[in-house]
Structures are given as C-alpha cells and as structure tokens.
Design a protein around this ligand. Structure first.
Ligand SMILES: Cc1cc2nc3c(=O)[nH]c(=O)nc-3n(C[C@H](O)[C@H](O)[C@H](O)COP(=O)(O)OP(=O)(O)OC[C@H]3O[C@@H](n4cnc5c(N)ncnc54)[C@H](O)[C@@H]3O)c2cc1C
Length: 440
C-alpha cells in the first residue's frame, strides 16, 4: 500500500487515539456516519491504503443491541460482491439467507410473476448457481462491519461523535474541518457524507433536496411461520401498499422465519402497531394467505415513515454525498442500501485511483465523474420504485386489471424476465471494479 502515498503526504499520527480537546486529527478522508454504507466505504478505501476517520454519532455497542432497527436488507449479488472483496462477507455469510425464488402477486389475484434463480442460470466463481440475492438482518451486517473495521489499521472509528449543527463543519481552501460538541476536531481534504437521510454534512454543503412523503409507513418485524420458506421471497401488492415476507436464516428459537415489511397508510399504522400479537397475526394471515401456514410476529415491531428524497447535487466543494445522504427511496423492491453500496464501489474506485496519482481528492473533476457515474442509476431506481408504488398501491379496477395482465405477460416472456432479474441482482450496467470482483 506504500506506493499509494508516494505523492501524498500522510500524518503519522493517524493510528493514534482520537485527539484531546484542542488537537486536530487529520486523515485523507473523513467519513461522517458509520452506518452500513459509510463503514462499507471506509473499509474499502482504508484497505486500499487511505487513512480514514469515521465519525459516528452512536456507540457501536448500542447499535448492536438486540433489536436495534428490526430490519433485514435484501442485498443483491452485485453489491454483495463488494463485501466479498473486503472480507465483510466472511463475517456475515452465516447470517445471509440466499433468495432462490421471488413470487410477486397482486392481492388475491391468480395472476402472478415468479422469478427463479434456475431460470437465470448465473454461476458464481465456485461454479454453483448464484441466488438472486440474500436477506440479512441489519444487525448482522453492522456486526460484520464493526468486526472487519477493527482489523484495518489505518481506519479510525470515532464513536459518540456528536455535532451541534452543520455550522460545525467548515470548508477551508484545502480542508474540511469538523468540530464535535466535546471540542475534538478532525480534518481532511474531503468529507464523505454518509450520515443518512437527515445528513448534517449535506446541509453544511448547502445541497438542497427534492422529494415527498408517501403517506405510508413500513411496519417491520420478524415473523415465525408453520412451513419452511423454501428460500422464496414473497411480495404481495395490496391497495395500501406492498406487503413483503422475506426469507431469513433459521433462528435460535424457530427454524422457519421471515422478515416482514408491511406498507400501510399512515393513518392506519397506530392501530396496527397497538394490536396484540394474536390480533396482529390474524391481520398478517388475512393479507398474506396460506403460503406459509400460520404466521406469528416475534419481538418488537418497528414503524418507518416512508418518503422519497434526492439531493440536487452529489458534491459541493470538499463534501461528497453517499448512500441515503444522497438518495432515500421507497423500500418496495429493497434497493435503498443496494444503491448506497453501488455509490460505495464507484466513489472508492475514483478516490483510490486519484490518490495513486497524487491528486486532490476533492478535485471538481473527480466529483463530476462520481456524479455522472451514479446519478443516472440512482434516478432510474428512484423512478422505478416510485412508479411501482403508485401503480400497485390502489384498487382502481381498470388499473388493477392492466397491472395483473402486465405481471402475467412478463411471466410468460423469459428474456424480459431474465432482464428484470439481472437488473434487480445489480449485475448489469457500468459496474465498478469491486462489484466485478476485482480489487481496488
Ligand atoms: C422498512 C425499510 C426496509 C428496507 N429494506 C431494504 C432492503 O431490503 N434492501 C435495501 O437495499 N435497502 C432497504 N432499505 C433501505 C436501507 O435501510 C437504507 O438505504 C440504508 O440503511 C441506508 O444506509 P446509510 O448507511 O446510507 O444510512 P443510515 O442507515 O441512515 O446510516 C447513517 C449513519 O450515520 C450516523 N449519523 C447520522 N447523523 C450523524 C452525524 N451528524 N454525525 C455522525 N454520525 C451520524 C447514524 O447514526 C448512522 O449510523 C429499507 C428501508 C426501510 C425504511
């Protein structure tokens, strides 16, 4: 890794503990937010030799508390490749449930769409048939990221890094400086904003957002069921929004379990959240049907208000946006984090290549290249998820008939089906090296 720095001077204090009040710790990159996108990015670029400081407002131990956010993520093949290349996969693979089939249905209609990994026939490096993706609990993803993060020498994770406001992020001619509430200061030529939808770093950069509320809420919890899920993800479109049951690896207390994402109109959510487990189970069975036998909600339920947001630009000066800080989408097809991971691979490649050439990591050229690479892809997914939600979240009869015929038609056109599957798997388009299984 040494050659990376021949033209890039590094402060040797990088690997020492975070600074005391009055000192400033410097790095090649500051990453604001040690969430799933921020840490994936930090690990990738630090492994390639850059000195990276991650400022995370929470405490990892608290983040790993069971249950932290209750969600599982559907991770597509392409983005999973990034974790395979950075060692995160080794730490998470035992918790990753392969998705072999996806069954999409429109309410109780008999017309449905069935995606099967066998129809696609894509083979992995080891020769086996690749699944369409994986379902992994967010908690397991975070645990794996924190495990790998500890093994990367030139990566410093600063927990409890709280900011008073965007005014504490200041851009100078050559650096961005961040001052925490407790007075600790950090600085680097570039700040990567991975601090989620409410990004303070984005506000500090003065980048506006477009978007709207869906007036829908995602109710999330783990569900035990009577029959095995057969590695099948179910997505059922109901008038108030999509209802998904996503297969999970066997749990310690029950072998058959799935992750529920039930999208409901905002106004109905408080009463659904207040139901007893028994009544909630009755509502689930009514909506989902008999596919998995009885259904039992387990543990805490979580409610996520759903909205769409997209930043007008992905960079301003020495601040660049990544993941949900740049785009937040409807979870209808489980693509939000997948887009964030695509950002990770593209930005990591651009910055590591630039560092090798000794370029200023915040140079406008690099920032434009990143925006050109990622904006269109993100915009396509924003439009697809938004349109799907509009198309399916209603029970207007002519629309319902048309969409059911559409589902059935796609089901009968194998090449179109394969194209959709490849898109959802994240294995098409101008893929960055990490997503092609190549090192940075
Ligand atoms: C119901 C639901 C289901 C979903 N299902 C899927 C799915 O199946 N597949 C999928 O790909 N996506 C899914 N998503 C989307 C996915 O959860 C998000 O896209 C993803 O969590 C974004 O990751 P991130 O790291 O960019 O942001 P976040 O997860 O928001 O992480 C941001 C991090 O920054 C920290 N932070 C915030 N502010 C500061 C600050 N000022 N200083 C320091 N640190 C800060 C936070 O503590 C956090 O750790 C779903 C979303 C919802 C709501």
């Amino acid at each position: 890794m040494e050659e990376l720095y021949q033209t890039h001077s590094i402060d040797s204090s990088q690997n020492t503990p975070p600074p005391q009040q009055g000192e400033t710790q410097t790095g090649d990159l500051l990453v604001m937010g040690g969430g799933m996108a921020g840490l994936s990015f930090a690990i990738a670029v630090a492994q390639a030799g850059l000195n990276v400081i991650v400022l995370e407002q929470s405490n990892p131990a608290e983040l790993l508390e069971d249950p932290h956010d209750g969600r599982s993520s559907a991770i597509a093949q392409g983005p999973a490749e990034i974790w395979k290349m950075t060692g995160v996969w080794e730490a998470v693979k035992a918790d990753a449930q392969p998705i072999e089939d996806i069954r999409v249905s429109d309410g109780p209609s008999q017309l449905f769409l069935h995606y099967a990994h066998k129809d696609l026939g894509l083979h992995g490096k080891e020769g086996g048939l690749l699944p369409l993706g994986y379902i992994i609990q967010n908690q397991a993803i975070r645990r794996a990221l924190f495990t790998v993060e500890k093994t990367v020498e030139n990566l410093t994770l600063v927990p409890n890094a709280r900011l008073k406001g965007p005014g504490n992020i200041v851009q100078t001619k050559r650096h961005v400086e961040v001052t925490l509430q407790d007075g600790r200061r950090f600085s680097a030529p570039l700040l990567v904003a991975a601090d989620g939808r409410g990004s303070m770093a984005r506000q500090a950069a003065g980048i506006p957002l477009s978007g709207w509320s869906y007036h829908q809420t995602g109710i999330v919890c783990t569900v035990h069921h009577e029959k095995p899920h057969q590695a099948t993800a179910h997505e059922r479109f109901l008038p108030s929004g999509p209802f998904a049951l996503l297969p999970m690896v066997a749990g310690p207390d029950h072998p058959y379990r799935s992750s529920l994402v039930w999208t409901e109109k905002d106004r109905l959510v408080p009463s659904m959240m207040a139901l007893s487990d028994h009544d909630f189970a009755m509502e689930l069975e009514k909506r989902f049907g008999p596919w998995l036998g009885w259904l039992r909600p387990m543990g805490k339920r979580f409610a996520y208000p759903l909205s769409l947001q997209h930043a007008h630009r992905y960079a301003a000066g020495r601040i660049v946006l990544l993941g949900d800080a740049a785009h937040g989408i409807h979870p209808i097809s489980g693509q939000g984090l997948n887009l964030g991971l695509r950002d990770v691979a593209a930005l990591a490649e651009i910055l590591v290549d630039a560092a090798r050439l000794g370029q200023d990591l915040a140079s406008p050229d690099l920032m434009q290249r990143y925006e050109a690479w990622r904006r269109f892809d993100n915009l396509v997914m924003i439009s697809v998820t938004d349109s799907l939600n509009r198309l399916f979240s209603n029970d207007v009869l002519p629309i319902k008939v048309a969409r059911d015929l559409g589902l059935a038609a796609v089901d009968r056109i194998p090449p179109l089906k394969r194209l959709f599957m490849r898109h959802a798997m994240g294995v098409v388009g101008d893929l960055p090296r990490l997503m092609r299984g190549q090192p940075l």
